[in-house]
Design a protein around this ligand. Structure first.
Ligand SMILES: [Zn+2]
Length: 74
């Protein structure tokens, strides 16, 4: 077996040409070896899951909150 063969980052098996693969941070995995979460972003706080978010780019507080729920510098 060639030393050039890329191995799955999870099961350390080489890939067949027709395997479904995904790239994650320059590692390659069998699609079946990992669990994919296709929905937006998941927010964590000190390792504890907060929940999914759709506004991963962030938005200004006043846009998301009611008046009085944020510090108003006016
Ligand atoms: Zn694998």
């Amino acid at each position: 077996m060639s030393e050039k063969l890329k191995k799955c980052g999870a099961c350390v098996e080489a890939f067949n040409w027709d395997d479904d693969v995904i790239l994650v941070n320059d590692e390659i995995y069998h699609k079946d070896c990992v669990t994919l979460y296709p929905t937006g972003y998941f927010a964590m706080l000190d390792g504890d899951p907060l929940g999914e978010t759709e506004n991963e780019d962030g938005s200004m507080a006043f846009f998301e909150l009611e008046a009085g729920e944020y510090i108003d510098n006016d």
